[in-house]
Design a protein around this ligand. Structure first.
Ligand code: DUC
Ligand code: ZN
Ligand code: ZN
Ligand code: ZN
Length: 495
Protein backbone atom coordinates (compact mmCIF):
# COMPACT_ATOMS: atom_id res chain seq x y z
CA UNK A 1 0.00 0.00 0.00
CA UNK A 2 0.92 3.65 -0.37
CA UNK A 3 0.92 4.13 3.39
CA UNK A 4 1.35 1.65 6.22
CA UNK A 5 -0.84 3.79 8.44
CA UNK A 6 -2.95 6.90 7.97
CA UNK A 7 -4.02 8.93 11.01
CA UNK A 8 -7.22 10.54 9.89
CA UNK A 9 -9.41 13.40 11.06
CA UNK A 10 -7.30 14.76 13.90
CA UNK A 11 -6.21 18.24 14.87
CA UNK A 12 -2.44 18.21 14.61
CA UNK A 13 -0.53 20.27 17.18
CA UNK A 14 3.09 20.59 16.15
CA UNK A 15 4.29 23.14 18.66
CA UNK A 16 4.17 25.80 15.95
CA UNK A 17 0.39 25.98 15.74
CA UNK A 18 -2.45 23.58 15.16
CA UNK A 19 -4.03 22.47 11.91
CA UNK A 20 -6.61 19.98 10.75
CA UNK A 21 -4.84 17.36 8.69
CA UNK A 22 -4.26 13.68 8.05
CA UNK A 23 -0.88 12.02 8.53
CA UNK A 24 0.50 9.43 6.09
CA UNK A 25 3.10 7.06 7.52
CA UNK A 26 5.44 4.71 5.71
CA UNK A 27 8.44 2.78 7.03
CA UNK A 28 7.99 4.27 10.49
CA UNK A 29 8.27 7.84 9.22
CA UNK A 30 5.84 10.62 8.44
CA UNK A 31 5.73 10.92 4.64
CA UNK A 32 2.60 13.00 4.06
CA UNK A 33 0.63 15.75 5.80
CA UNK A 34 -2.46 16.78 3.90
CA UNK A 35 -6.04 17.84 4.39
CA UNK A 36 -7.24 14.46 3.28
CA UNK A 37 -5.13 11.36 2.64
CA UNK A 38 -6.93 8.40 1.06
CA UNK A 39 -5.76 4.79 1.23
CA UNK A 40 -3.44 3.25 3.78
CA UNK A 41 -3.01 -0.39 4.83
CA UNK A 42 -4.33 0.63 8.25
CA UNK A 43 -6.05 3.70 9.59
CA UNK A 44 -6.36 5.31 12.98
CA UNK A 45 -9.37 7.52 13.52
CA UNK A 46 -8.38 10.73 15.28
CA UNK A 47 -11.74 12.48 14.85
CA UNK A 48 -12.33 14.87 17.75
CA UNK A 49 -8.81 14.29 19.06
CA UNK A 50 -5.58 16.23 19.18
CA UNK A 51 -2.57 14.62 17.53
CA UNK A 52 0.62 15.51 19.38
CA UNK A 53 4.24 14.51 18.86
CA UNK A 54 5.00 11.54 21.12
CA UNK A 55 6.35 12.77 24.44
CA UNK A 56 10.12 13.07 24.80
CA UNK A 57 11.14 12.56 28.44
CA UNK A 58 14.80 13.53 28.72
CA UNK A 59 15.22 12.74 32.44
CA UNK A 60 14.26 9.22 33.53
CA UNK A 61 16.02 6.87 35.94
CA UNK A 62 15.31 3.43 34.50
CA UNK A 63 16.88 0.17 35.68
CA UNK A 64 19.76 2.21 37.01
CA UNK A 65 21.88 0.59 39.71
CA UNK A 66 23.02 3.18 42.26
CA UNK A 67 25.09 3.06 45.40
CA UNK A 68 23.15 4.22 48.40
CA UNK A 69 20.09 4.65 46.17
CA UNK A 70 20.04 8.45 46.04
CA UNK A 71 20.12 8.91 49.79
CA UNK A 72 21.89 11.77 51.55
CA UNK A 73 25.40 11.80 52.98
CA UNK A 74 25.95 9.70 56.06
CA UNK A 75 22.94 7.58 55.15
CA UNK A 76 22.88 4.10 53.67
CA UNK A 77 26.39 2.72 53.26
CA UNK A 78 27.86 3.58 49.90
CA UNK A 79 28.35 -0.09 49.11
CA UNK A 80 24.63 -0.88 49.18
CA UNK A 81 23.19 -1.22 45.73
CA UNK A 82 19.70 -0.14 44.78
CA UNK A 83 18.38 -0.88 41.32
CA UNK A 84 15.41 1.11 40.10
CA UNK A 85 12.64 -1.45 40.52
CA UNK A 86 11.57 -1.33 36.99
CA UNK A 87 12.93 -2.82 33.80
CA UNK A 88 13.12 -1.08 30.46
CA UNK A 89 10.17 -3.31 29.54
CA UNK A 90 7.89 -2.10 32.31
CA UNK A 91 9.05 1.49 31.91
CA UNK A 92 8.24 1.27 28.20
CA UNK A 93 4.69 0.15 28.96
CA UNK A 94 4.30 3.07 31.34
CA UNK A 95 5.76 5.51 28.82
CA UNK A 96 3.34 4.39 26.10
CA UNK A 97 0.39 4.46 28.53
CA UNK A 98 1.16 8.14 29.12
CA UNK A 99 1.82 9.17 25.50
CA UNK A 100 5.63 9.21 25.72
CA UNK A 101 7.69 7.52 22.99
CA UNK A 102 11.31 8.51 23.69
CA UNK A 103 13.34 8.68 26.90
CA UNK A 104 16.82 9.73 27.90
CA UNK A 105 18.07 7.84 30.93
CA UNK A 106 21.31 7.48 32.89
CA UNK A 107 24.35 5.26 32.55
CA UNK A 108 25.82 5.01 36.04
CA UNK A 109 29.43 5.50 37.02
CA UNK A 110 30.57 4.51 40.50
CA UNK A 111 33.54 6.09 42.22
CA UNK A 112 36.66 4.02 41.78
CA UNK A 113 35.35 2.43 38.61
CA UNK A 114 35.59 3.17 34.92
CA UNK A 115 32.60 3.82 32.66
CA UNK A 116 32.80 1.40 29.78
CA UNK A 117 31.90 -1.91 31.49
CA UNK A 118 28.74 -0.36 32.98
CA UNK A 119 27.90 1.26 29.67
CA UNK A 120 28.01 -2.13 27.94
CA UNK A 121 25.76 -3.62 30.64
CA UNK A 122 23.35 -0.72 30.40
CA UNK A 123 23.19 -0.83 26.61
CA UNK A 124 22.16 -4.48 26.85
CA UNK A 125 19.44 -3.72 29.44
CA UNK A 126 17.98 -0.84 27.46
CA UNK A 127 17.88 -2.87 24.24
CA UNK A 128 15.23 -5.12 25.85
CA UNK A 129 12.66 -2.33 26.08
CA UNK A 130 10.16 -0.91 23.59
CA UNK A 131 10.53 2.83 24.07
CA UNK A 132 13.18 4.61 21.98
CA UNK A 133 16.07 5.71 24.16
CA UNK A 134 19.23 7.67 24.56
CA UNK A 135 21.61 8.08 27.49
CA UNK A 136 23.18 10.70 29.70
CA UNK A 137 26.55 9.49 30.98
CA UNK A 138 26.92 10.12 34.71
CA UNK A 139 30.42 11.20 35.76
CA UNK A 140 30.99 10.67 39.50
CA UNK A 141 34.76 10.08 39.40
CA UNK A 142 36.50 12.49 37.04
CA UNK A 143 39.84 10.74 36.70
CA UNK A 144 42.18 11.45 33.80
CA UNK A 145 41.51 7.97 32.42
CA UNK A 146 37.76 8.50 32.50
CA UNK A 147 37.91 11.95 30.93
CA UNK A 148 40.67 11.39 28.40
CA UNK A 149 40.20 7.78 27.34
CA UNK A 150 36.64 6.73 28.21
CA UNK A 151 34.58 9.85 27.44
CA UNK A 152 35.72 9.95 23.78
CA UNK A 153 34.59 6.32 23.49
CA UNK A 154 31.26 7.18 25.11
CA UNK A 155 30.81 10.00 22.58
CA UNK A 156 31.75 7.66 19.74
CA UNK A 157 28.93 5.39 20.91
CA UNK A 158 26.37 8.15 20.30
CA UNK A 159 26.09 9.77 23.72
CA UNK A 160 26.18 13.58 23.76
CA UNK A 161 25.41 14.54 27.35
CA UNK A 162 27.33 14.14 30.58
CA UNK A 163 25.41 14.28 33.88
CA UNK A 164 26.96 15.53 37.08
CA UNK A 165 25.67 15.78 40.63
CA UNK A 166 26.75 18.53 42.99
CA UNK A 167 25.29 16.54 45.92
CA UNK A 168 24.68 12.90 47.03
CA UNK A 169 27.46 11.16 48.93
CA UNK A 170 28.66 8.72 46.30
CA UNK A 171 28.08 10.99 43.32
CA UNK A 172 28.89 14.60 44.10
CA UNK A 173 31.75 16.37 42.37
CA UNK A 174 34.02 19.04 43.79
CA UNK A 175 34.21 22.32 41.88
CA UNK A 176 37.57 21.17 40.54
CA UNK A 177 36.15 17.89 39.21
CA UNK A 178 33.09 19.69 37.78
CA UNK A 179 35.38 22.11 35.92
CA UNK A 180 37.27 19.17 34.43
CA UNK A 181 34.01 17.63 33.22
CA UNK A 182 32.97 20.96 31.66
CA UNK A 183 36.28 21.24 29.80
CA UNK A 184 36.00 17.64 28.60
CA UNK A 185 32.43 18.17 27.41
CA UNK A 186 33.51 21.26 25.53
CA UNK A 187 36.33 19.43 23.82
CA UNK A 188 34.04 16.62 22.63
CA UNK A 189 30.85 18.52 21.84
CA UNK A 190 28.63 17.33 24.71
CA UNK A 191 25.96 19.04 26.80
CA UNK A 192 26.42 18.88 30.59
CA UNK A 193 23.29 18.33 32.69
CA UNK A 194 23.59 19.25 36.36
CA UNK A 195 21.86 18.35 39.63
CA UNK A 196 22.26 21.62 41.54
CA UNK A 197 22.14 21.42 45.34
CA UNK A 198 24.89 22.31 47.83
CA UNK A 199 26.31 19.11 49.31
CA UNK A 200 27.84 20.59 52.48
CA UNK A 201 24.76 22.68 53.21
CA UNK A 202 22.44 19.67 53.03
CA UNK A 203 24.73 17.60 55.24
CA UNK A 204 24.97 20.33 57.85
CA UNK A 205 21.19 20.82 57.98
CA UNK A 206 20.58 17.07 58.03
CA UNK A 207 22.97 16.50 60.94
CA UNK A 208 21.34 19.30 62.90
CA UNK A 209 17.82 17.98 62.26
CA UNK A 210 18.70 14.42 63.22
CA UNK A 211 20.49 15.57 66.40
CA UNK A 212 17.33 17.40 67.37
CA UNK A 213 15.31 14.21 66.80
CA UNK A 214 13.56 15.64 63.74
CA UNK A 215 13.72 12.51 61.58
CA UNK A 216 10.29 12.19 59.91
CA UNK A 217 10.00 12.33 56.08
CA UNK A 218 8.69 15.91 56.22
CA UNK A 219 12.11 17.09 57.43
CA UNK A 220 13.53 16.14 54.04
CA UNK A 221 12.23 19.52 52.83
CA UNK A 222 13.78 21.29 55.83
CA UNK A 223 17.17 19.74 55.04
CA UNK A 224 17.35 21.43 51.62
CA UNK A 225 15.50 24.77 51.40
CA UNK A 226 15.54 26.79 48.15
CA UNK A 227 18.74 28.68 49.06
CA UNK A 228 20.63 25.36 48.85
CA UNK A 229 19.45 24.95 45.27
CA UNK A 230 19.92 28.61 44.35
CA UNK A 231 23.55 28.62 45.51
CA UNK A 232 24.45 25.48 43.55
CA UNK A 233 22.60 26.74 40.46
CA UNK A 234 24.53 30.00 40.61
CA UNK A 235 27.84 28.15 41.04
CA UNK A 236 27.16 25.66 38.27
CA UNK A 237 26.31 28.48 35.87
CA UNK A 238 29.35 30.52 36.90
CA UNK A 239 31.75 27.65 36.27
CA UNK A 240 30.07 26.78 32.98
CA UNK A 241 30.28 30.43 31.94
CA UNK A 242 33.99 30.44 32.82
CA UNK A 243 34.62 27.43 30.58
CA UNK A 244 32.14 28.61 27.90
CA UNK A 245 30.36 25.25 28.10
CA UNK A 246 26.57 24.98 27.67
CA UNK A 247 24.64 23.29 30.52
CA UNK A 248 21.10 22.32 31.39
CA UNK A 249 20.06 22.74 35.04
CA UNK A 250 17.89 19.79 35.99
CA UNK A 251 14.71 19.81 38.07
CA UNK A 252 14.42 23.49 39.00
CA UNK A 253 11.97 23.57 41.91
CA UNK A 254 11.82 27.23 42.84
CA UNK A 255 11.83 30.73 41.38
CA UNK A 256 15.05 31.81 43.05
CA UNK A 257 17.01 29.09 41.24
CA UNK A 258 15.18 29.87 37.99
CA UNK A 259 16.08 33.54 38.39
CA UNK A 260 19.77 32.59 38.38
CA UNK A 261 19.15 30.93 35.03
CA UNK A 262 17.20 33.92 33.69
CA UNK A 263 20.00 36.31 34.68
CA UNK A 264 22.61 34.14 32.97
CA UNK A 265 20.48 33.76 29.84
CA UNK A 266 20.17 37.53 29.77
CA UNK A 267 24.00 37.81 29.68
CA UNK A 268 23.99 35.39 26.75
CA UNK A 269 25.17 32.30 28.65
CA UNK A 270 23.97 29.06 27.08
CA UNK A 271 22.09 27.62 30.06
CA UNK A 272 18.70 25.93 29.98
CA UNK A 273 16.36 25.04 32.84
CA UNK A 274 14.19 21.96 33.28
CA UNK A 275 11.38 21.49 35.77
CA UNK A 276 9.15 18.50 36.60
CA UNK A 277 5.47 17.85 37.42
CA UNK A 278 6.33 17.30 41.09
CA UNK A 279 7.22 21.00 41.41
CA UNK A 280 3.85 21.95 39.91
CA UNK A 281 1.53 19.40 41.53
CA UNK A 282 3.17 18.32 44.82
CA UNK A 283 4.20 20.31 47.87
CA UNK A 284 6.37 19.85 50.96
CA UNK A 285 3.17 19.49 52.99
CA UNK A 286 2.50 16.19 51.20
CA UNK A 287 5.43 14.70 53.15
CA UNK A 288 3.77 15.67 56.45
CA UNK A 289 2.07 12.34 57.04
CA UNK A 290 2.25 9.80 59.85
CA UNK A 291 5.12 7.32 59.99
CA UNK A 292 6.72 6.36 56.70
CA UNK A 293 3.91 7.56 54.39
CA UNK A 294 5.54 10.89 53.57
CA UNK A 295 8.37 8.99 51.84
CA UNK A 296 6.06 8.62 48.82
CA UNK A 297 6.67 12.29 47.95
CA UNK A 298 10.39 12.48 48.73
CA UNK A 299 12.47 13.62 45.82
CA UNK A 300 15.33 16.06 45.41
CA UNK A 301 15.11 18.98 45.16
CA UNK A 302 12.16 18.82 47.51
CA UNK A 303 8.62 19.77 46.53
CA UNK A 304 8.04 23.30 47.87
CA UNK A 305 4.89 25.30 48.71
CA UNK A 306 1.71 26.03 46.77
CA UNK A 307 2.93 29.63 46.29
CA UNK A 308 6.20 28.33 44.88
CA UNK A 309 4.30 26.19 42.35
CA UNK A 310 2.76 29.40 41.04
CA UNK A 311 6.19 31.00 40.70
CA UNK A 312 7.52 27.96 38.81
CA UNK A 313 4.57 28.25 36.39
CA UNK A 314 5.53 31.89 35.88
CA UNK A 315 9.11 30.89 35.01
CA UNK A 316 7.69 28.40 32.51
CA UNK A 317 5.51 31.10 30.97
CA UNK A 318 8.50 33.42 30.63
CA UNK A 319 10.47 30.70 28.88
CA UNK A 320 13.22 30.49 31.51
CA UNK A 321 12.23 26.88 32.14
CA UNK A 322 11.68 25.35 28.71
CA UNK A 323 11.58 21.59 29.35
CA UNK A 324 9.33 19.54 31.65
CA UNK A 325 10.68 16.04 32.35
CA UNK A 326 9.52 13.45 34.86
CA UNK A 327 12.73 12.57 36.78
CA UNK A 328 11.00 9.20 36.94
CA UNK A 329 12.46 6.95 39.66
CA UNK A 330 11.35 3.37 40.17
CA UNK A 331 11.19 3.12 43.95
CA UNK A 332 8.21 1.26 45.41
CA UNK A 333 6.71 2.15 48.80
CA UNK A 334 5.58 -1.21 50.16
CA UNK A 335 8.31 -3.75 49.40
CA UNK A 336 10.26 -4.65 52.54
CA UNK A 337 13.98 -4.14 52.05
CA UNK A 338 13.57 -2.59 48.59
CA UNK A 339 12.82 0.76 46.97
CA UNK A 340 11.82 3.43 49.48
CA UNK A 341 12.20 0.77 52.19
CA UNK A 342 15.80 -0.07 51.24
CA UNK A 343 16.84 0.89 54.77
CA UNK A 344 13.57 -0.13 56.44
CA UNK A 345 10.65 2.06 57.53
CA UNK A 346 12.04 3.13 60.89
CA UNK A 347 14.97 5.09 59.45
CA UNK A 348 15.38 8.87 59.44
CA UNK A 349 14.51 10.74 56.24
CA UNK A 350 18.22 10.83 55.39
CA UNK A 351 18.23 7.09 54.67
CA UNK A 352 15.17 6.98 52.39
CA UNK A 353 15.93 6.96 48.65
CA UNK A 354 14.97 10.18 46.87
CA UNK A 355 12.88 9.95 43.75
CA UNK A 356 9.32 9.36 42.60
CA UNK A 357 7.71 7.72 39.57
CA UNK A 358 6.16 9.99 36.95
CA UNK A 359 6.75 8.67 33.44
CA UNK A 360 3.06 8.08 32.65
CA UNK A 361 1.76 11.01 34.68
CA UNK A 362 3.94 13.70 33.09
CA UNK A 363 1.86 14.58 30.02
CA UNK A 364 -1.59 14.30 31.68
CA UNK A 365 -0.55 16.48 34.63
CA UNK A 366 1.12 19.13 32.51
CA UNK A 367 -1.78 19.17 30.05
CA UNK A 368 -4.42 19.35 32.74
CA UNK A 369 -2.72 21.82 35.10
CA UNK A 370 -1.28 23.77 32.18
CA UNK A 371 -3.55 23.73 29.12
CA UNK A 372 -6.93 22.77 30.63
CA UNK A 373 -6.55 25.31 33.42
CA UNK A 374 -5.44 28.03 31.01
CA UNK A 375 -1.91 28.54 32.33
CA UNK A 376 -0.16 27.71 29.04
CA UNK A 377 -1.20 27.26 25.43
CA UNK A 378 -1.41 23.92 23.65
CA UNK A 379 1.61 24.89 21.53
CA UNK A 380 3.60 25.71 24.62
CA UNK A 381 2.68 22.31 26.10
CA UNK A 382 4.01 20.55 23.00
CA UNK A 383 7.23 22.53 23.09
CA UNK A 384 7.80 21.80 26.80
CA UNK A 385 7.16 18.07 26.56
CA UNK A 386 8.49 17.13 23.12
CA UNK A 387 9.97 19.79 20.84
CA UNK A 388 12.33 21.54 23.27
CA UNK A 389 13.71 18.42 24.94
CA UNK A 390 14.30 16.80 21.54
CA UNK A 391 16.08 19.89 20.24
CA UNK A 392 18.26 20.33 23.33
CA UNK A 393 19.32 16.67 23.29
CA UNK A 394 20.11 16.58 19.60
CA UNK A 395 17.16 14.33 18.76
CA UNK A 396 15.37 16.87 16.55
CA UNK A 397 13.96 16.93 13.94
CA UNK A 398 13.69 13.13 14.01
CA UNK A 399 11.89 13.33 17.39
CA UNK A 400 9.72 15.97 19.05
CA UNK A 401 7.88 17.24 15.98
CA UNK A 402 5.19 16.25 13.51
CA UNK A 403 7.02 16.86 10.28
CA UNK A 404 7.63 15.05 7.02
CA UNK A 405 10.71 12.87 7.31
CA UNK A 406 10.50 12.61 11.09
CA UNK A 407 9.71 9.46 13.03
CA UNK A 408 5.99 8.75 13.25
CA UNK A 409 5.80 9.08 17.04
CA UNK A 410 2.36 10.36 18.02
CA UNK A 411 0.08 10.74 21.01
CA UNK A 412 -3.63 10.91 20.15
CA UNK A 413 -5.08 13.05 22.87
CA UNK A 414 -8.61 13.54 24.14
CA UNK A 415 -8.52 17.06 25.59
CA UNK A 416 -11.89 16.72 27.35
CA UNK A 417 -11.52 13.32 28.95
CA UNK A 418 -11.67 13.49 32.75
CA UNK A 419 -9.62 10.90 34.58
CA UNK A 420 -8.73 10.35 38.23
CA UNK A 421 -5.13 9.17 38.41
CA UNK A 422 -4.65 5.75 39.99
CA UNK A 423 -1.57 3.59 40.22
CA UNK A 424 -3.10 1.03 37.86
CA UNK A 425 -3.39 3.68 35.13
CA UNK A 426 0.35 4.38 35.37
CA UNK A 427 1.05 0.80 34.20
CA UNK A 428 4.52 0.80 35.76
CA UNK A 429 6.09 -1.90 37.93
CA UNK A 430 6.04 0.40 40.95
CA UNK A 431 3.46 -0.09 43.68
CA UNK A 432 2.28 3.50 44.01
CA UNK A 433 1.99 6.88 42.35
CA UNK A 434 2.39 10.13 44.30
CA UNK A 435 -0.43 11.51 42.12
CA UNK A 436 -3.08 8.98 43.29
CA UNK A 437 -6.47 10.69 43.29
CA UNK A 438 -5.44 13.72 41.24
CA UNK A 439 -8.19 14.62 38.79
CA UNK A 440 -7.01 15.57 35.33
CA UNK A 441 -8.74 16.79 32.19
CA UNK A 442 -7.06 15.47 29.04
CA UNK A 443 -5.73 11.97 28.45
CA UNK A 444 -3.86 9.98 25.78
CA UNK A 445 -6.11 7.51 23.99
CA UNK A 446 -3.54 6.08 21.56
CA UNK A 447 0.23 6.12 21.21
CA UNK A 448 2.11 5.49 17.97
CA UNK A 449 5.85 4.70 18.03
CA UNK A 450 7.57 4.81 14.63
CA UNK A 451 4.31 4.02 12.90
CA UNK A 452 3.26 1.15 15.17
CA UNK A 453 0.20 1.61 17.37
CA UNK A 454 1.66 0.65 20.77
CA UNK A 455 -1.21 1.83 22.98
CA UNK A 456 -4.93 2.06 22.37
CA UNK A 457 -7.55 2.91 25.00
CA UNK A 458 -5.03 2.12 27.71
CA UNK A 459 -4.02 -1.27 26.31
CA UNK A 460 -0.28 -1.40 25.55
CA UNK A 461 0.95 -3.85 22.95
CA UNK A 462 4.59 -3.82 21.92
CA UNK A 463 7.28 -6.42 21.33
CA UNK A 464 10.15 -6.41 23.84
CA UNK A 465 13.38 -5.40 22.14
CA UNK A 466 11.77 -3.06 19.60
CA UNK A 467 12.95 0.17 21.26
CA UNK A 468 15.76 1.79 19.31
CA UNK A 469 18.89 3.46 20.55
CA UNK A 470 18.96 7.05 19.37
CA UNK A 471 22.59 7.68 18.53
CA UNK A 472 23.43 11.35 18.71
CA UNK A 473 26.09 13.03 16.62
CA UNK A 474 27.50 16.54 16.95
CA UNK A 475 24.86 19.28 16.86
CA UNK A 476 25.12 23.05 16.69
CA UNK A 477 22.42 23.86 19.24
CA UNK A 478 24.79 23.12 22.14
CA UNK A 479 27.98 24.47 20.57
CA UNK A 480 30.01 26.73 22.86
CA UNK A 481 29.73 30.43 22.09
CA UNK A 482 33.39 30.56 21.04
CA UNK A 483 34.43 33.03 23.71
CA UNK A 484 37.70 31.34 24.56
CA UNK A 485 40.79 32.16 22.50
CA UNK A 486 41.71 29.88 19.63
CA UNK A 487 43.62 26.84 20.78
CA UNK A 488 42.19 27.03 24.30
CA UNK A 489 40.30 23.79 24.26
CA UNK A 490 38.40 24.81 21.17
CA UNK A 491 35.48 22.53 20.36
CA UNK A 492 35.88 20.32 17.30
CA UNK A 493 34.36 21.88 14.20
CA UNK A 494 30.91 20.67 13.30
CA UNK A 495 30.63 19.15 9.85
N1 DUC B 1 16.47 13.25 42.51
C1 DUC B 1 15.57 12.37 42.80
O1 DUC B 1 14.55 12.72 43.31
N2 DUC B 1 15.80 11.10 42.49
C2 DUC B 1 16.98 10.60 41.94
C3 DUC B 1 17.95 11.58 41.57
C4 DUC B 1 17.62 12.94 41.94
O2 DUC B 1 18.42 13.79 41.75
ZN1 ZN C 1 18.94 15.10 40.15
ZN1 ZN D 1 17.09 12.57 38.28
ZN1 ZN E 1 14.84 10.83 40.41
Amino acid sequence: ADYDLVVRGGTVASGLGTMRCDIGIRGGRIVALAESIPGGAATLDAGGLLVLPGGVDTHCHIEEPSRGGYTSAGGAPATEVTVQEESFGSASVSAFAGGTTSVVCFVPQWKGEGILPRLADYEARAARGMVDYSFHQIISDATDDVLEREVPEVVARGIRSLKVFLTYEPLHLSDEAFLKVLVTARRHGCLVTVHCENYAAINWRTEALLKAGLTAPKYHAWSRPPVVEREATHRAIALAELVDQPIQVFHVSCAEAAEEIARAQHRGVKVWGETCPQYLALAAADMDRPGFDGAAYMCSPSPRSAEEQGRVWEMIRRGTLDVVSSDHCGFSMHRPGAGKQAGGTAVPFRDIPNGIPGLAARLPILFSEGVSKGRISLDHFVRLTATNPARLMGLAPRKGAIAIGGDADLALWDPKKKVTITNALMQHAIDYTPYEGLEVTGWPVATVRRGTVVMRDGVVQAEPGTGRFLARGPYDFIAPRGLLPDGFDAAPRLE
